[in-house]
Every structure is written in C-alpha cells, then in structure tokens.
Design a protein around this ligand. Sequence first.
Ligand code: GLU
Length: 489
Amino acid sequence: MPNQVRVRYAPSPTGEPHVGNIRTALFNWLFARHMGGSFIVRIEDTDVARRVDGAMDAILDALRWLGLDWDEGPEVGGNYGPYVQSQRLDIYHRAVDELLSSGHAYHCYCTPQRLQEMRQEQTNRKEPPGYDRQCRDINEDERSSLEAQGLTGVVRFKIPLEGETTFHDLIRGEITFANQTMDDFVILKSDGYPTYHLASVVDDNLMEISHVMRSDEWVSSTPKHVLLYDAFGYEKPIFAHLPIILGTDRSKLSKRHGVVSVLHYRDEGFLPEAMLNFLALLGWSLDDHTEIISHDDLIRHFAIERIGKAGAIFDLEKLTWMNGMYIRQMDRNTLVHHILRLLDDELPPEVPRPISEEYVHAITPLVQERLKTMKEAPSLVDFFFLESLEYSTELLIQSGLDSARTANALESTLQLVTGQEVWSAEHLEQELRPLAEKLEIKTGQLFGTIRVAVTGRKVAPPLFETMAVLGKDRCLTRLNVAIGLLRDG
Ligand code: GLU
C-alpha cells in the first residue's frame, strides 16, 4: 500500500452536483482527513458534448458549502496540475502513442455509419453489442491508405481475447470479469480528446492516487482500467466502490424521486452540517444506531471497513428530521443571525429596515424548536413584523361560537389587557385564563380567537409568549382590528 494517502474526487461537469456524486466527494474527503492524506479535485471534462457551462462552479460551490476543502485542484493548484483534464491533452496523446507503440492499442477507421449497421446486425442476431474488431489487425500500408483518404478515426484498446481480469475491491472483495465480455473500447476519440477510461487511469497514475473510491456504477469500468494499468506498467491504486444510492422505493435515485442537486437543499434552507451528517450515513455507519454525528467525529471515526455493500436510501424525511435536530442544537446567536438575514431578504419592503436584532432575539426561542428548515423561518415569524395582518374573519370564529360571542370575547380581552401594567407571558396567562370561565366559553375557544387576532393564523408559536414579544401596543391594535372585522361583517 502506498504510504501516502492521496484520494481524488473526479466529477464531470455535466450538470448539477448530484447528491450521489457529492457523497463520493465526502467519503474521499473524510478518508483523506482521517488518514492525514490529501484530497484532490480533478475535473473530468473530456466529453465535450456533455459539458455544461457553469457546472464546474456549481460543483465547487457545493463542496465549499459543505466545507469539503481540497488540497489540490482547480483554484488551489498543486504539484500535479493542471487539474482540469481538457488542459492535459498532450499528456493523454503521449500516453496513447505509448500504447500504440507497445501494441496495446490500434487505430480504428470505422465510420459511425458502419458501427451503427454493425450494432443493428448484432441486435438482429440477438448478440451483445460490441465492436467487431475489424481494424484490430490492419497493417501499416492499409492504415496509410485509409489516412490518405482523409479518415482520422479513433484509437482503441486491445482487450486480451481470452482470460480473465480480477481485482480486489476493499468493499466488495474480489471481482472478476471475463475478458471476452469486454469491448475494444475507445481511448482517443476523433475529436482528439481521450475517453474517461484513458484519462482517468493516466491521471490517477501521474497524480499518485493511492485509493480510487467511486460509486458502484463504475465497477464494470474497473477491469478496463486494470488492463490499462498493466499495459502501461503502472502500479495500481486500491479500489473501493461505494454502494449505490436508492430512492425510498428502492430504485436508483433519480430526478423522479425529487430534486437531487445538493445546491437545491442549500437554497431550501438545509444546514450544511445536517447535509454532511446525512450524506455520511448514505452507505457508512458509525455503529448500528448513532444518527447525529458531528463533523469532527465523522473525521475521527471514518473507516472504509464500515462502508456497506447494500444500497443506501436517500430519505428526504430523514434529512428534514436531521436538519431540525441541527437547528435545535444551534447556538442561539448563530440562529438569530441566520433568521435576521432571511428576514431582511424576504420581508416585504414596507417593513422598516434594519430589522431589530433585539426583537429577533426575543422571537427566536419561540420558533427554534419548530423549525425544520431555515427557509420556513420568515413565513413562521412574519406576523411579528407586519403592520396589518391579512386573514379571513371566519378564522376568528372558533367552533361552537358565533360572530357576536367572538366579538364579545375579544372585547373583554381588550378591556382586560388594556389595564395591564405588567406585560409578561406568565402574567397574561394568569389574567386571561379566568376570563374564559367568566365568559362561559372554553379556554381553547378564547385562546384560539385571540391567537388569530394577534397572529393572523390558527397555528402559531405559544400564545402568551407571542403576545409578550409582540408588545402591548401591537396586541391592542390587532385586537381592535379583529373586533372591527367581526362587527362590520
Ligand atoms: N468523471 C467520473 C464521474 O463523473 C469519475 C468516475 C471516477 O471517479 O473514476 O463520476
């Protein structure tokens, strides 16, 4: 085993940072940090047709959001750069020449049309599709004459016609593929770009990668890589293929299951600590029961031996639950600042700025227990700030009461609270509880209508604490407005 742990996360910039992909990044990062090794980011952008503008930035943003810092890679550089494959074309061309000269690769001039016809015939004959190796044995003269016709072609790797290729996987044990099941795959395309297989092997070797940890879907590529390593005479890294990520219906996680971009969860108000914890448990576990594991403990305990083989289920409900746990554990001041920032962004412009930090400090304890995502915060507390509340008068009328009795109850409340000098939650409760009895209505009915009058909604944080924080003036105004609505209606 190489003595220095060097692992890489090698995303292709083809779309949004998928949770499965970022889980791979996280496992590599945790392993590097646990072992005191290096975590390298390499951008695999040699599939020109699939490149998406902005995808690389989005991937790097997702890593930064989760705090997955990289020791080498784009933006930070390093001794093994460049770390973007499209900037390493010469290196791949030299590697391809090496394989051509050693007889491990050959030029193929088959046209796309011929390949398509060949595939069609294979399908008709119910044979597995694969290149029929027509160009494998053409000689130099034939090659020159084909090139003279202006054909550029591709370069293919020569798979041994017999035998087997075996490798050891740290998670799945020994894996063997019959060479006959492998195609003479392309290593250099006609556009001059290498394919993933070639570029990834060349780079993993040059970048001295010790462990290749990637998702299960690459298992069938690994024997091809092993053959490439052998053809080059490179020392092989250690392989570990991570379990697949499934939706709650146990099928492979895809857009069908909901949004799979990590940045979406950031934008929806999930905390990076919760996301990190959640992703770490997609295929890895500390023991058979611990769910909440801090960043430091993840690094301290991460071990490849505890990565499972079975598919890991991406359960949004669990992520939401975990996020709520992290919000509850959050330091009060940090949460206040989060909420303050969100309110500043989302409250309507007529709410005067700057928003009072002291006021948000008083509000925060009333919602900290109830928040599942940060994004819910503004809509949960906006009534504390709005000058006038919009709600339907019907909401004020509790079941078993009518409009007149409700208006009466609110008037008595108004009278009672107007006279109060002390404006605290306990005191308000002490005064208002007996009022229900006096009015011969249930406390639930009285408190229900007061709640709607002062918050504009049926479900809100605890009533008396809310009234205490809202302050006397606001409560009196709102009670008056509610009475007016009932009397006019
Ligand atoms: N570029 C590949 C991907 O997008 C990397 C696979 C590997 O890690 O070898 O997943």
